[in-house]
Ligand binder design. Structure first.
Ligand SMILES: [Zn+2]
Ligand SMILES: [Zn+2]
Ligand SMILES: [Zn+2]
Length: 443
């Protein structure tokens, strides 16, 4: 910290840190950018990292995971919020008329793979976890009952009443096939909605398109479920109104039907998976119980959470890792072990269970949307870059060139990542982003 403070390049370093927005693990880049006049080939401007502190430029890591970098995850969360919101009320290139399109907020859950400790509330009162008056003993001699009223932060929440009875294989297999189950759900939904309106899927497409935006959330038991916005548009997406006969009622019926009928089979194990019976379908309205703000905020919140919320690792499991020695709770360890074991089965390699063991088998994207839901994260990022560039031009750091006549040549090289402990303290003081808790040093 002292050497950084005394470094003649300190001011420039502090400037880089501030521009990275409090990123906890900035990426170090070495390189240069040159601007040439396209007509004459004359060099107009050159930026090189040679004169930067330590010869590198520090830029934000842009991770989505809050456990790795809270500052960058916050940017991602805010972008996701804007993206979901634009699809509900318009903005960012989506017309406001989209708010009149029939729209549902749907939560699709996983089935049960064994009884787990849960916290349930009724009328503000916490209920006993799994009270069974004449509970039987399981084959392992354990009583399958729990009368505790668990606290919100009780570490046993989501853990099985008997971990020897719990279907760990089923749990990780469900995570692995859930993206395919979602895909089949969207197809079945389209088919059913078409049929309810007396049309074929092909004919439906000429009048109606169905747009989706979804996020995956890990439940405490280590299984993903999905929250989705499902919206009816006209044939040209959000710009076109759906015909009057395309109603939210039929959409809801189609959702319930699709959830019921779709399955994914894991053939080598002769197992089939389907959605759980807990399905929540609600209308999104501008003035009802479920407003567009609430939905956008809810979805964005989950976009930055990953499996580590259920107590697994936030890095890949390596072949030489000793599973017994991993610093995780027993439930997560067993889920990881199931992934590693099933991942070795010759018929299951396509599921990528070994590679995604630290995600408890889930390899899908956390937030996805259909092409025509609203704007894209890329477009939001580009708009922000453009805003920054304009700022730099007005503050005199970048000369103003006409984009069409200037050739930009950039060479960048990765030169490392992270901050030393002393630098972390300075960065926290500069940006107001708090330090990581104990153990979170540079990687
Ligand atoms: Zn970051
Ligand atoms: Zn319990
Ligand atoms: Zn048991």
């Amino acid at each position: 910290m002292i050497s950084r403070l005394h470094d003649p390049g300190y001011n420039r370093w502090a400037c880089q840190i501030e521009r990275a927005g409090g990123c906890r693990q900035p990426i170090h880049l070495r390189g240069k950018v040159e601007h040439y006049d396209q007509a004459t080939g004359r060099l107009l401007h050159r930026y090189s990292t040679l004169r930067e502190p330590n010869g590198v430029l520090r830029v934000a890591c842009k991770t989505r995971r809050a456990s790795r970098c809270p500052a960058c995850a916050e940017v991602y969360r805010a972008d996701t919020y804007q993206l979901i919101r634009a699809g509900l009320v318009g903005g960012k290139g989506v017309p406001e008329t989209v708010s009149a399109h029939p729209c549902l907020f749907v939560t699709l859950t996983a089935p049960s793979f064994g009884a787990v400790h849960t916290r349930r509330e009724k009328n503000g009162k916490v209920l006993p976890c799994h009270a069974r008056r004449d509970a039987e003993l399981c084959p392992h001699g354990r009583t399958v009952s729990c009368t505790d009223r668990h606290r919100v932060d009780d570490p046993c929440l989501g853990e099985p009443l008997c971990s020897d009875c719990y279907d760990y294989d089923g749990s990780v297999l469900f995570n692995a096939i859930s993206p395919e189950l979602w895909r089949r759900f969207t197809l079945a939904l389209r088919r059913r909605f078409a049929r309810l309106n007396g049309l074929t899927v092909k004919a439906l497409r000429e009048h109606v398109s169905i747009a989706f935006a979804k996020v995956a959330e890990y439940q405490r038991r280590g299984i993903v479920h999905f929250h989705a916005v499902i919206r009816l548009d006209g044939p040209d997406g959000p710009d076109s109104p759906p015909p009057a006969w395309a109603m939210a009622d039929a959409l809801e019926e189609a959702v319930r039907h699709a959830v019921d009928v779709v399955t994914v089979e894991v053939k080598p194990l002769s197992r089939a998976f389907r959605w759980g019976t807990q399905l929540d379908v609600r209308r999104i309205t501008l003035d009802g119980d479920l407003t567009e703000q609430a939905v956008a905020a809810y979805i964005a919140k989950y976009a930055t959470k990953a499996a580590e919320c259920v107590g697994t690792l936030d890095r890949r499991i390596q072949p030489l890792d000793d599973l017994e020695a991993l610093p995780v709770r027993d439930h997560a360890r067993r889920l990881i072990a199931a992934c590693v074991r099933l991942g070795r089965e010759p018929g299951l390699t396509d599921l990528g269970l070994t590679r995604w063991a630290h995600m408890l088998g889930f390899r899908g994207h956390f937030s996805t949307k259909s092409r025509r839901y609203s704007t894209t994260l890329g477009a939001l990022r580009a708009a922000r870059e453009e805003h920054r560039r304009t700022e730099e031009i007005t503050t005199g750091r970048l000369p103003l060139f006409d984009e069409d006549t200037v050739l930009v040549v950039a060479h960048w090289q990765y030169a490392g990542q992270g901050l030393s402990l002393g630098e972390q303290l300075l960065a926290a003081a500069l940006t107001g982003v708090p330090l990581p808790s104990a153990g979170g040093g540079p990687r």
